[in-house]
Ligand binder design. Structure first.
Ligand code: ATP
Length: 249
């Protein structure tokens, strides 16, 4: 039995576990009610994808791992859904690629920031950024623009899972290389990403960590070749095709 008292071989196990974690996140004050809606949207796309990591998503996850290893200052951005779903897995990825973790909320409240920071620390995070908020993303309204100057403000590569389109666009305009995880290949966040990953974050983050471990000893040229060989438009087309033409079980 697992954390939801359902056997792991139950056909709906992953989906039920996801819902359970989001619900627990809302109860714990880390996920907003809007986050419940975002989860519902994501689930619909995941269902159409066959709840699997497609070959093209796996290639995107490998390119993302290479890009994070190449970065001078990578930052993993965490919101309420990300914290609820993959806190431990994000900490693991941050350690593997030597990245900062920064809390970055669309609906920012001090209570939720603190609750998420505590939740991440419970899952092993040592340094959690986002609480200082002494930097700004240009061209966004005040609350939505807040970042840490020495976190996302100074980052060259940012992982922004389940991000709002406006902010993803504004971060791109700041010259950040963006890796986006979003199950909707048509969302603006996915469209503006250098590396869009169309996969469930529950599968995507551990798979990125596995790729990063595999690539850890690789030299600069090898990593750069993997990144340069990745084509974001082709990845989005493949994801959309898989959703439109998918063979449902
Ligand atoms: P955009 O402005 O980029 O078009 P949006 O504001 O319409 O996005 P939201 O409703 O905020 O999007 O939801 C965030 C996105 O996160 C949705 O596109 C949804 O498919 C995606 N999403 C939700 N849950 C997951 C998950 N578990 N894994 C990956 N993506 C997810």
């Amino acid at each position: 039995m697992s954390e939801i008292e359902i056997p792991e071989d139950h056909p709906r196990y992953q989906s039920l576990l996801t819902r359970h974690r989001i619900e627990a996140g809302v109860e714990k004050g880390i996920t907003s009610k809007q986050g419940l809606i975002a989860e519902g949207r994501g689930e619909a796309f995941d269902y159409l994808l066959g709840e699997r990591t497609t070959e093209s998503a796996d290639a995107a996850e490998r390119a993302a791992a290479a890009q994070l290893l190449l970065a001078d200052h990578p930052v993993l951005s965490v919101n309420g859904n990300v914290a609820a779903l993959v806190a431990e897995e994000i900490v693991d990825l941050a350690e593997t690629v030597d990245a900062n973790i920064e809390i970055n909320l669309f609906n920012r409240t001090e209570e939720r920031m603190e609750a998420i920071a505590a939740h991440l620390r419970e899952h092993g995070a040592e340094d959690v950024k986002g609480l200082t908020a002494d930097g700004r993303i240009p061209n966004l309204s005040h609350e939505r623009a807040k970042v840490d100057a020495d976190g996302i403000g100074a980052a060259d590569v940012v992982l922004v899972p389940l991000e709002d389109g406006d902010r993803a666009e504004a971060l791109g305009e700041m010259g950040k290389t963006e890796i986006v995880i979003d199950l909707n290949p048509l969302s603006r966040s996915a469209q503006v990403a250098a590396i869009p990953i169309v996969d469930n974050i529950m599968r995507a983050v551990p798979n990125m960590t596995a790729h990063a471990r595999d690539l850890q000893g690789a030299d600069h040229e090898t990593l750069a070749e993997i990144v340069d060989g990745f084509n974001p438009e082709a990845a989005l087309r493949a994801a959309e095709a898989a959703i439109r033409e998918g063979e449902l079980a």
